[in-house]
Design a protein around this ligand. Structure first.
Ligand code: ADP
Length: 203
């Protein structure tokens, strides 16, 4: 008998909604997770063609004398300049999507049942078009702010500032195939994730 084909699931949600936690729970169940934001950081630091493109677009200061990505400089360049941010994303996102395609091939070879693509900007980057289903993780704003101030040691205002860059909860929900409301305990979340995993990987 042929093994079941690989399923792919995009996971997104606002900051502090619990998407990383959901992904770790999915990993524990047997899924493989592609963390798009981490891959983006790695490619910006290491991919020669991307490094060259970033240098050309944003100047030699984009990398320090030791060759390391100058995150502080780039963040400053794009923070108040939507056009610069768009330009940076246009360089980075297609390469992340290409890396996901490689991860898909590898997951197929390894007979992994579910490959998850976790991305804060899943829709904005076009990554939603590469996956079979999209899961949006939701939690009330006050709860998200509380969780992130605790997790990252930043102020509620700083959390709100980060929220500005993301699609609204209503828009995310509209685009989702599945929604997990992360309003209960971690054990409740684990059960919700397990139900979804079983549904997606059922033969
Ligand atoms: P995101 O990746 O969406 O920003 P995280 O998964 O990192 O969010 O969750 C934010 C914080 O809230 C983490 O410290 C996580 O452990 C905690 N958390 C998430 N869900 C719950 C829950 N149901 N109960 C308690 N803490 C939670």
């Amino acid at each position: 008998m042929n093994p079941s084909p690989l399923q792919t699931l995009g996971v997104t949600g606002g900051i502090g909604s619990g998407k990383s936690t959901v992904c770790r729970l999915l990993e524990a169940l047997g899924a493989r997770v592609f963390y798009a934001d981490e891959v983006a950081k790695r490619l910006m630091a290491e991919d020669p063609a991307l490094r060259q493109a970033i240098r050309e677009a944003f100047g030699p200061e984009s990398y320090g004398p030791d060759g390391r990505l100058n995150r502080a400089y780039l963040a400053k360049r794009v923070f108040h300049d939507p056009e610069a941010l768009r330009q940076l994303n246009a360089l980075v996102h297609p390469r992340v999507l290409a890396a996901f395609e490689q991860a898909r091939e590898q997951a197929t070879r390894d007979q992994v049942p579910l490959l998850v693509l976790e991305a804060a900007l899943l829709f904005e980057s076009g990554a939603d078009r590469l996956v079979d289903h999209v899961l949006v993780v939701e939690a009330p704003e006050a709860e998200r702010i509380r969780r992130v101030t605790e997790r990252d040691g930043i102020s509620p205002e700083q959390v709100r500032a980060r929220m500005q860059h993301q699609l609204s909860p209503e828009e995310l929900r509209r685009r989702a195939d599945f929604v997990i409301e992360n309003t209960g305990s971690l054990e409740t979340l684990r059960q919700q994730v397990e139900n979804l995993y079983r549904q997606l990987t059922a033969a």
